[in-house]
Design a binder for this molecule. Structure first.
Ligand SMILES: [Zn+2]
Length: 91
């Protein structure tokens, strides 16, 4: 395992991006098991990374609104159909 904390922090982004080799991951996680400082650091790093991966409006496909509008139309049609069925069954 890695003995020094700076070795671990060197590898963190490799680990998060899942590019690290098995041996690197093994050494990394065994260090985390014995070092709560690096564990905390790693968890914070993961949170930061996942927050930065959230899609922002600029990354949505250009026809996103159109597609969503279409989906909502279909859903409303389904709902109307069910409502009609209910009325028929009721009479
Ligand atoms: Zn450490």
């Amino acid at each position: 395992m890695y003995r020094r904390c700076d070795e671990v922090s060197d590898k963190i982004s490799e680990i998060i991006d899942r590019e690290a080799a098995f041996l690197t991951r093994f050494r990394f996680y065994t260090h985390l098991m014995v070092c709560s400082k690096c564990r905390d650091y790693f968890n914070q790093f993961k949170l930061l990374k996942s927050a930065s991966r959230e899609p922002n409006p600029g990354e949505l496909p250009a026809d996103f609104d159109k597609v969503m509008g279409f989906v909502m139309d279909e859903v409303e049609k389904e709902l109307d159909k069910n409502r009609v069925d209910d009325t028929l069954q009721g009479s």
